[in-house]
Design a protein around this ligand. Structure first.
Ligand code: CO8
Length: 264
């Protein structure tokens, strides 16, 4: 049985093929400490193995914060070696999320700062509420982003915009985040959960193997030379044709009916 909790710092619910993972440390605006990372690892390992789960929504508890960063209480005590290990640990968990094989939608419901923005960056789709504020404020603490922010933000919004955010440490509002492509949609806060769920359900109706292969193609290709990325795409395109779902999808179209995908 996949591990779906219970957890102390997360809430995990699965409904109609979509799992919702909510970071719940409201007293610290959902800041990420070592215990949250352990639970995220457990949760996403379980979700990766659960064939019933076809898409995942990640959000934060309350209406103020998605995740306000790494837990500064824990960070303040680290020496250089422990800090490097902590960075590598967080990167590993966020890599697991990015590579879990299921599409992950971040519902950014307030502050997404530092490690919180880095969590959102490890997701595949980001939607934000109109009160969201996003930033990498690490330099204000004389730190640099350490959970993938320097890499994923630059790839997503371009080096210039990313450097402005990393070097000023300033937050941007939801509208600015949408303009630069950091989030793909902004909605009133009251509509955020439903919007994220609607996107997740729409994605979940597609062929699961194709979703996994499509994410692999994009993620493998993004840092690779074009030719290598295209070769990877062709490989993965070929793999689709070994699936029952691909036969079902094309047959259903020709028979003018809805496809039923089994993930095989
Ligand atoms: N860590 C720990 N506690 C936090 C954090 C945090 N990141 N953010 C907020 N809290 C706590 C506050 O201390 C406060 O606790 P208490 O009530 O006990 O005093 C409670 O949450 C509520 O916060 P505020 O009273 O500050 O709420 P405001 O509305 O006044 O302000 C802000 C909201 C602007 C979000 C403010 O809380 C803030 O600036 N938070 C810190 C944001 C930040 O700097 N985040 C980046 C942290 S560094 C990071 O993420 C590094 C990632 C890479 C690490 C690599 C591994 C080594």
């Amino acid at each position: 049985m996949p591990d779906h909790g219970p957890f102390e710092n997360l809430h995990l619910a699965v409904s109609e093929g979509v799992a919702t993972v909510t970071v719940t440390r409201p007293k610290a605006l959902n800041a990420l400490n070592a215990a949250v990372f352990d639970e995220l690892e457990r949760a996403f390992t379980g979700l990766r193995e659960d064939a019933e789960v076809r898409a995942i929504v990640v959000t934060g508890s309350g209406d103020k914060a998605f995740v306000a960063g790494a837990d500064i209480v824990e960070l303040a005590e680290l020496g250089p070696e422990a800090a490097q290990a902590t960075s590598a640990r967080g990167q590993g968990v966020f890599n697991l999320i990015e590579r879990c094989g299921k599409p992950v939608v971040a519902a950014v419901n307030g502050f997404a700062l530092g490690g919180g923005l880095e969590l959102a960056l490890a997701c595949h789709v980001r939607v934000a509420s109109d009160n969201a504020r996003l930033g990498l404020p690490e330099v204000t603490l004389a730190l640099i982003p350490g959970y993938g922010g320097t890499q994923r933000l630059a790839r997503l919004v371009g080096v210039g915009r990313a450097l402005e955010m990393v070097l000023t440490g300033d937050m941007i509002d939801a509208a600015a985040a949408e303009r630069c492509g950091l989030v793909s949609r902004v909605v009133p806060q009251a509509e955020l959960a439903a919007t994220a769920m609607k996107i997740a359900r729409r994605i979940a109706s597609r062929g699961p193997v194709a979703l996994r292969l499509a994410m692999t193609a994009v993620l493998d290709g993004v840092g690779a030379p074009l030719e290598a990325g295209l070769a990877r795409e062709a490989d993965l395109f070929g793999q689709c044709f070994a699936t029952d779902d691909m036969r079902e999808g094309t047959r259903a179209f020709l028979e003018k009916r809805k496809p039923t995908y089994r993930g095989t």
